[in-house]
Design a protein around this ligand. Structure first.
Ligand code: FPP
Length: 244
């Protein structure tokens, strides 16, 4: 089932894979009369902090929604701010995180991003390509419908009928187990075209906190809530009990 005991308390069940919708950077900045770009910078730092915390807890895979296909329609100035974060900080942050033996995968239609940004992303991925077992997935120019349509086209081209497993392997997240827990910050309660196929049995957790204020403690709270939920995967309680 992909669950671990918490390395810190030894009691809490830990999701093997956490995915995060990092919403609320803009509102966090606006409330403080700051430009949205400051919100995104704070968000990026929080993203790194949360990834470190998640690894400390024993999580193996972390997926973050950094830019959707729809976000690409945002004002040029805001997009440039996000691309500048990648230009100025991405390699250094990812090196620090991946030093723990995690493989970086960038998921999404990366060809839609500026050439120099694509180069940074490809180089960062290549640096960690030899790692297996732990992973960081950064979704950029990502949309789940786009991902599914792309996978369907790959299947059609191959001429082979697909199974649930073989289809799953054609998604951007092909080699990564499905998320156990999806967290969304920023008060909204929806998936916004994120991991729609992979989310079939994920536990969903929504927080009213804006992403820059989603602290390590908030992550711990989400994990604790996850560990209290009963995941039945469509089965009855009795079936689950006899399996244990
Ligand atoms: C949504 O909040 C967030 C984004 C569109 C960007 C998320 C990006 C980061 C957290 C950091 C950047 C990371 C990388 C790898 C570039 P919003 O701006 O829509 O917030 P709002 O709903 O309050 O306006």
């Amino acid at each position: 089932m992909g669950l671990r005991k918490n390395k810190i308390t030894g009691e809490t069940k830990i999701p093997r894979h956490i995915a995060m919708i990092m919403d609320g950077n803009g509102r966090w900045a606006k409330k403080r009369f700051l430009p949205r770009s400051v919100g995104h910078k704070q968000g990026m730092e929080r993203m790194i902090g949360l990834m470190e915390r998640a690894f400390d807890l024993g999580v193996d895979y972390i997926t973050v929604y950094a830019l959707s296909t729809e976000n690409l329609l945002r004002p040029k100035e805001e997009l440039e701010g996000l691309f500048n974060l990648i230009r100025n900080h991405f390699k250094e942050y990812m090196r620090r995180l991946c030093a723990r033996g995690a493989r970086l995968r960038v998921i999404g239609n990366v060809a839609l991003l500026p050439d120099d940004v694509q180069k940074i992303l490809h180089e960062s991925e290549a640096e960690t390509a030899h790692f297996a077992g732990k992973g960081i997935n950064v979704a950029l120019a990502y949309g789940a419908r786009d991902e599914i349509v792309r996978a369907v086209n790959l299947a059609v081209e191959s001429g082979e009928k697909v199974t649930e497993e073989s289809f799953s392997a054609l998604l951007y997240t092909g080699e990564v187990p499905d998320p156990d827990l999806i967290i969304r910050t920023g008060k909204e309660v929806r998936l916004s075209n994120f991991l729609l196929y992979q989310a079939a049995y994920a536990e969903l957790y929504f927080s009213d906190k804006m992403f820059p204020e989603f602290s390590d403690k908030e992550l711990d709270k989400a994990v604790l809530e996850f560990s209290r939920r009963t995941r039945r995967f469509g089965k009855t309680d009795e079936q689950l009990n006899t399996q244990e």
